[in-house]
Write a protein that binds this ligand. Structure first.
Ligand SMILES: Nc1nc2c(c(=O)[nH]1)N(C=O)[C@@H](CNc1ccc(C(=O)N[C@@H](CCC(=O)O)C(=O)O)cc1)CN2
Ligand SMILES: Nc1ncnc2c1ncn2[C@@H]1O[C@H](COP(=O)(O)OP(=O)(O)OP(=O)(O)O)[C@@H](O)[C@H]1O
Length: 181
């Protein structure tokens, strides 16, 4: 089996095969699939990510969810391996943080048990819903604090692989949604 670092390289290489326009189309299709999920229709509090250019684009998703009255939470990096959640209060309230990620400046949110769904980015996901992240362990540490939250991996079709190496800290997704659904 390929190791995690080699897999990350392979995934970056796969991504380069697509134009920005094509990635945009695939993002739209993945996000449309996510929004039509019955679980999303019923959530009150949802933890999503604010995408980097190489991820399924969630910028419009944040507004759609917030405009429909849901509490939308985004991560903010606070240290080498830690992050916290703040409420998303619109694009104008974001500011650039670590790794160039736009982070929320809204209220700090710590009631982890009230988070219905987490939408999680990844470099790859496998058939058993294992996830490969960027290699810093941020999500594996953080998702461990919310065992009752339904975790949805969001990715492009080409990020799905048969089998990922998984170790004891890796947190499995409950479901993975991609552009081909
Ligand atoms: N949109 C988004 N927000 C997120 C994450 C994410 O993956 N995506 N995170 C998920 O953890 C956390 C931030 N952690 C991150 C860790 C590494 C990199 C990153 O770009 N790494 C480079 C390698 C750079 C290096 O090694 O220093 C890369 O992947 O090319 C980005 C975010 C919280 N917020
Ligand atoms: N819950 C945890 N507690 C302590 N260390 C952890 C935990 N989860 C991951 N780590 C450590 O973080 C480092 C990165 O782990 P790994 O390569 O699995 O990250 P990843 O899944 O790519 O990252 P991420 O969770 O940020 O998406 C490893 O050294 C791992 O041992």
């Amino acid at each position: 089996m390929t190791n995690k670092n080699d897999l990350r390289k392979i995934m970056r290489e796969r991504k380069r095969q697509f134009t920005g326009e094509k990635l945009g189309e695939m993002s739209l299709s993945a996000v449309t699939g996510l929004l039509s999920h019955y679980i999303i229709k019923n959530v009150r509090t949802i933890f999503i990510y604010y995408s980097l250019p190489d991820e399924v684009d969630t910028h419009a998703l944040a507004d759609v969810l917030a405009d429909s009255g849901k509490t939308v939470l985004l991560p903010a990096v606070t240290g080498d391996c830690d992050m916290e959640l703040h409420r998303y209060e619109g694009k104008q309230s974001l500011k650039r943080g670590a790794y160039g990620i736009m982070e929320p400046t809204g209220e700090l949110y710590t009631c982890y048990e009230n988070i219905d769904v987490a939408v999680v980015p990844g470099m790859a996901f496998d058939a058993e819903n294992n996830r490969l992240g960027r290699g810093k362990g941020y999500y594996d540490r953080f998702l461990a604090k919310m065992p009752g939250t339904y975790k949805i991996g969001l990715c492009f079709d080409f990020q799905k692989v048969e089998k990922l190496p998984a170790d004891k800290n890796d947190i499995k997704m409950d479901e993975v949604i991609c552009n081909g659904q």
